[in-house]
Each structure stands twice: as C-alpha cells, then as structure tokens.
Design a protein. Structure first.
Length: 187
C-alpha cells in the first residue's frame, strides 16, 4: 500500500476554495436539476410529481449534507486535523454535529448495501434513471436537456472532480476505499 510520502500529487490538509466550490456546486446543481427533472418529467401525475421531486431532494441533500457528516465524516482524518477542510467542507459541519468516530471505521463507508458510498451513488443515479422513462412517456425538450446535463455532471464528477480536484489530493485517500477503487492512491 502506498503511503503519503509516496504520493505524487500535492496532498491538501485544507482544500483550496475553488476546489470546494466546484465540488459542492456540481453536487447542488446535480441534485437541483434532478429534482426539477423529476417534477417536469412526471408532471402528468399532478401534485404527486412535486412530492416525488421533493422526496428525491430530501433524500439527496439529506444523504450528502446530513448523513455523511453524521456517519462518515467523524471517522475521517479531516475531522481530527485542526484547521483542516476536506473537499466538501463537511468535516467542519461534522465537528458541530457528531462526536469523533474511529479512524478504523472509515472504510465502513463502502460496506453493505446501504452504505454511505452506495447511498451517495444512488443520489446521483436516481434522477438519471427516473428521467429515461419520463422522457419517453412525457416528452418535452426540457427533459432530454436535463438528462444530458445530469449525465454531463456525473461524467464531470468522475472524470474531472475525483481524479483532478478531489480524491487525488486527499490525505485520507490511503484509507479511503473509494480512492483505492479508482486507483488514485499512487497518484
């Protein structure tokens, strides 16, 4: 296993503000477009489409900005480092909401069907999967545009944010199962 001394990319204890804004901006935009797409795509269901869109938004924002700080962040090294700010900035929120966890439990974020990693992926994939049938059944030009934007945001996250702005610079990448799966520990 590679260690911090072997990393080639600069590791951040405190991520630069543009990286944090890019990460959170892409996340919030993805969730907002997803919620709007669900409402528009299922508008033939009337108020139920608003309820579905609101339920998706509650799930996505709740998973990311409440669930993560309560369950994952307390186990992360960024939670313990004084003056640190992770790529999402959630370590700062976690310090206010939850007691410190155990560093050995950090890898648990990728264990089990309802683990934090899977819920995070579900929050990103749900609107894409929901808009495919909605576009076919209730076509409007807005729906393929929203669907394309969501796919583009997901690709941007996977191809740019994780490997170039976020995970590659993370000091916790040597304990993070996600960084290991993406092969970013040696970069």
């Amino acid at each position: 296993m590679a260690g911090p001394a072997q990393a080639k990319a600069k590791l951040y204890k405190r991520y630069p503000l543009p990286n944090i804004l890019t990460y959170n901006g892409a996340t919030v935009l993805h969730f907002a477009l997803g919620g709007a797409g669900i409402v528009v795509g299922y508008s033939f269901w009337g108020w139920a489409s608003i309820a579905l869109g609101a339920a998706y938004l509650a799930f996505a924002f709740g998973e990311m900005y409440v669930g993560m700080p309560l369950t994952v962040c307390p186990n992360c090294a960024y939670y313990r480092w004084q003056g640190s700010v992770c790529i999402s900035g959630l370590n700062i929120i976690a310090r206010r909401l939850a007691p410190a966890g155990k560093p050995d439990d950090f890898a648990g974020r990728a264990r089990g069907p309802l683990c934090a990693n899977n819920l995070y992926l579900a929050s990103l994939a749900t609107p894409i999967l929901a808009l495919i049938p909605a576009t076919l059944v209730n076509f409007s030009w807005a729906l393929p545009c929203i669907l394309a934007a969501l796919i583009g945001l997901l690709a941007f996250r996977v191809l740019v944010i994780f490997p170039k702005l976020a995970c590659v610079h993370c000091q916790a990448k040597f304990a993070c199962p996600q960084a290991g799966q993406m092969g970013l520990r040696e970069l």
